[in-house]
Design a protein around this ligand. Structure first.
Ligand code: NAD
Length: 542
């Protein structure tokens, strides 16, 4: 470990392909979509490198064509959870003892595979399993590649953080993996997040039990295959799709639990944290808790804003991937001086966003992830239709007959605390409030205090003073703050991602800070000229 002579090349972000008509990537992807649509998948659990089929299965369905069953996956229960922990612990010594360059090599190879032969498979699985358009699925897979490329470089930079030495004293810091295993629990919405949650701790020498979300098992399974093909030793990452509560019941009770790497809803994160608190006295080490959860992300349009910039930021920021990005804009503040004209234009723009099956490349939006999500979002829209405090300005139709389709919807809230201005809906719904631009300090206070979250936010303004004032007043409101841009689309290595307040621990995936959480430093001092006399000089006779 800590071989300072070794230097990785600087990482570069994977270029996002266009999939424009006639492009080779489009042809490849279409062929892969056809292959994937043939279905018949029978996806196993993977523990200690071995495939396990429990016979208790769940269907892999397409959210945007709910009648299409792509196959099934086997569900892990308590027995498999126990086996996964044992397999991880069995792999631990050899993996943590492996020089870091070797660990880095596995994930750099994974990046090469994901950028090459695995790319169409990962993009197609993300499209069909998670209902992403080709563009959104490509961005997602590029982000996964970026995690695999940048994290080794961050790892090297962490290992190079060393203490000063003296002529007769040699100091160093070694960045040990955590003593135990890490529990990675991933959300459905990004294949890249699933990739990072399991691979970042593993890269730092940890062993991992990974529970993927039930609605992203197809793409996540291909990630597992990718790790194996890249040379990851068996047991370092164990893939256990299944019911979260059953798996957590086993995992959280293990004294060797050394970390939780979570992304998902606030409620589940709090449940897991509480579960860990209950077992605290039994743990051998205080488990690291890294969690990113919900958001109620804002766009504040300043009176000095270029309206066209604000319109595009709102439409893209709120409706790409049907608003199911954790960073998606879901509350919009429009100055009274722009009010109705701006909202009318935004409504016109939203009405033309094409929605439908993601296999039809003309579509901008697909379906929401599943029926529970559909029902929950549709209920908010129905309430808004009959509320005196809200007006639907665009969209509002919901139809789950063929797929879980919810039209991109714009709600004008007449009360700044109307429920859709405050609650995370996690769907294609943007709520707008027209604020009094005669009092910007009051507007900043409103934006800052409306939501318990602190994930992303944008200010759209031309006036430099306004940008500076908003940035200062809203410094606690967003872990990722954007100026004249949509609040989504953070890029690994350029905008490390995460939020504080009710959102999460803000440990910034896509930057070195996250990796540091998966190391337990040991400071080592060697005395090169140890004393042989116990007396100190001051003790001499006066
Ligand atoms: P979710 O909380 O429903 O599920 C997340 C994961 O937790 C899934 O794997 C699920 O199966 C699992 N789970 C549920 N109960 C569990 C339990 N008791 N023990 C262990 N695992 C359990 O979230 P989701 O619907 O997959 O994702 C959407 C949410 O994630 C939104 O709130 C969104 O804002 C958030 N999110 C946040 C970020 C971020 O970086 N802040 C990124 C992506 C998603």
């Amino acid at each position: 470990m800590n071989n300072s002579l070794f230097r990785l090349p600087p990482a570069e972000n994977e270029p996002v392909r266009s999939y424009a008509p006639g492009s080779p990537e489009r042809l490849n992807l279409k062929a892969e979509l056809e292959r994937t649509l043939k279905g018949g998948f029978d996806l196993p659990i993977v523990i200690g490198g071995k495939e396990i089929r429990t016979g208790s299965t769940s269907a892999l369905i397409r959210p945007d064509a709910r009648g299409t069953v792509l196959g099934r996956y086997h569900l892990a229960g308590e027995t498999e959870a126990r086996a996964a922990v044992e397999a991880a612990l069995a792999a631990r010594r050899a993996w943590e003892g492996m020089p870091w360059e070797e660990r880095a090599a596995v994930f750099r190879r994974a990046a090469a595979l994901a950028a090459g032969e695995y790319r169409p498979r990962l993009v197609a699985a993300t499209m069909l399993g998670q209902s992403k358009t080709a563009q959104q699925a490509e961005i997602d897979v590029c982000e996964a590649i970026d995690f695999f490329r940048f994290n080794p470089v961050f790892m090297e930079s962490i290992y190079s953080l060393q203490s000063a030495s003296l002529a007769d004293e040699w100091n160093s810091v070694s960045y040990r993996p955590l003593e135990g295993f890490v529990y990675a629990v991933s959300p459905f919405n990004f294949t890249a997040i699933a990739a990072n949650l399991a691979s970042a701790p593993a890269m730092m020498g940890n062993v991992v039990v990974w529970k993927p979300a039930s609605t992203s098992v197809l793409s996540n399974y291909f990630l597992m295959r990718l790790y194996e093909e890249a040379g990851l030793p068996p047991g370092v990452i164990n893939f256990v799709p299944g019911k979260g509560s059953a798996i957590s019941g086993v995992v959280l009770a293990r004294p060797e639990l050394a970390g939780l790497h979570f992304t998902g809803s606030t409620e589940v994160f709090r449940q897991l944290w509480k579960g860990m608190a209950d077992h605290l006295p039994a743990y051998r080490t205080y488990p690291r808790i890294v969690g990113e959860t919900g958001g109620k992300n804002f766009i504040l349009v300043d009176p000095s804003a270029d309206p066209e910039v604000a319109l595009v930021a709102a439409a893209r920021g709120a409706f790409e991937y049907q608003g199911q990005k954790c960073s998606a804009a879901s509350r919009l503040y429009v100055p009274s001086s722009m009010g109705k004209v701006f909202l009318d234009k935004l409504a016109d723009l939203i009405k033309i966003l094409p929605m439908g099956e993601v296999t039809d490349f003309r579509n901008f939006a697909g379906a929401v992830i599943d029926e529970a999500s559909f029902d929950s979002i549709a209920a908010y829209i129905e309430r808004a239709k009959s509320s005196a405090k809200a007006r639907i300005l665009a969209g509002g139709r919901c139809d789950k007959s063929k797929g879980f389709f919810i039209e991109p919807t714009l709600i004008r809230a007449l009360d700044p605390h109307y429920e859709t201005m405050e609650v995370e809906l996690f769907g294609p719904v943007l709520s707008a409030y027209v604020y009094d631009d005669g009092d910007m300090e009051a507007a900043y206070r409103l934006v800052d205090s409306t939501s318990p979250y602190g994930l992303t936010g944008s200010v759209i303004a031309r006036d430099r003073g306004a940008i500076e004032a908003a940035s200062r007043a809203l410094s606690g409101a967003a872990g990722n703050f954007y100026v004249n841009d949509k609040p989504t689309g953070a890029v690994v290595g350029r905008q490390p991602f995460g939020g504080a307040r009710a959102t999460g621990t803000n440990d910034k995936a896509g930057g070195p800070l996250n990796l540091l959480r998966w190391a337990s430093p040991r400071a080592l001092k060697e005395n090169l000229d140890p004393p042989r006399d116990w007396r100190y000089p001051y003790m001499g006779e006066a």
